[in-house]
Design a protein around this ligand. Sequence first.
Ligand code: FAD
Length: 465
Amino acid sequence: MAKINKVRIPMREQSCEKRIKNFDSVPLGYSEEEAMAEAKRCIQCKDPICEKNCPVRMKIKAMIREIAKGNFKNAFFIAKEDNPIPAIAGRVCPQEDQCEGACIMGKTGDAINIGKLGAFIADWAMKNGVTEEFHIKEKDKKVAVIGSGPAGISCAVDLRKFGYQVTLFEALHIAGGVLQYGIPAFRLPKDIVDYELSYLKKIGVDVKLNNIVGQNIKFSELRNEFDGIFLGTGAGAPRFLNIEGEKLKGLYSANEFLIRVNLMKAYKFPEYDTPIVCGDRVGVIGAGNVAMDSARCAIRLGAKEVYILYRRTKEYSPARDEEIQHAIEEGVIFKELVNPVRFIGNEDGWVTGVELVKMKLGEPDKSGRPRPMKIEGTEFILELDTIVNALGTKPNRLFLDKTPELETASWGGIKVDENLMTNIKGVTAGGDAISGGATVILALGEGRQAAASIHKYLSNSNENG
Ligand code: FAD
């Protein structure tokens, strides 16, 4: 019997010196030979726990088996059965907490690189022009999907596969939600996002961009026109600390900073003339994926010193391991166990620094992580000329304020039952709009669950006449 290789086939990456000067993808992808070698490490468990740990239940075992045999086309079709955007999910999913976290190989060596194999097979299909054939049995019922982030995408695709006439409304001029405006191109190249999203049109989803539901189209109009609705409006409004100096110039919410950099391509100056102020000394408050993305963008914009300011220690950071490792390699400095007290500015209203207080870790809180506690009398000032606040987000009120009939939780999220139905009949919701900020794969999973709920609801209403 052949000996199983316990060590992962490494993924080639852009060198650190090179990549901090560009926004190109850091990982360079597997070659066909490398992907097959990595796939051959999979022992094809009888009961693959990796699949149980995948929120969209991808058929990981079968996909990897086909890659190992070099049957790339089959592997791609298998990946697409449950995940409409495998190239994207393969790049950004927190696999270490999900499929790879459960991989039996990880107990005695390296877990199979499931995410990168998913991205490989989707990239292979893109390069080779391989797409699935659709056999959709058309239905005459119409469903509206609001928001084109991962939740909206997976809901729209499944509804089309059920045969419904699907119209997707997106507020921005481009589809994709956070995949377009939040996650930088060095982690998620935008040609990949555009290609995977072109699937929506291919499958027959009518994508209406520049349409803000609640602003230029009323929700009541949609309710009259459509038989079912999915709300995948995300959580695009930043949270603030509400401390002194938060209105100073040079202080951004991560959303604004990343939108300027990614969506409005500030990094491509002078081709794109998007104003952005990124000084020499940048402080990013928070330590999740959004904070890592902001810090790594600041490095690429030419900042000399970039700090992650975090009230716990990095092992409790919610960011993906790979992002933390890449950020450190690129020179991002972690200042752990500190919390902002106030922001400091000059007479022209520009930020010049932050007063921080030192923290210590206490007993676990609701999140299971140790509660950060202030150490009195330890305040100090860190001089900075740009500050990015990456403290998390909540749903935008723009839509919710116009739909008072829709029940929301006290924190602002849309309330749903176990089938993702809201209090309004035939209206479902999922993704960050109900969770306040989670992951791409959880949003994809909820989009699929909501599509199944709408299908059940419309099938029952058919039977009842
Ligand atoms: P979104 O992606 O936010 O999409 C919502 C869409 O709805 C937007 O396009 C918005 O314009 C549109 N919309 C809102 N209101 C209206 C309206 N009234 N009418 C029409 N359209 C509307 N997750 C990971 O798994 N891995 C990562 O590495 C990762 N990194 C991240 C980095 C950043 C910078 C950010 C911000 C998030 C990251 N996340 C990551 C989280 C992940 O991207 C989100 O959980 C996911 O995108 C949520 O999907 P969604 O479809 O619910 O919402």
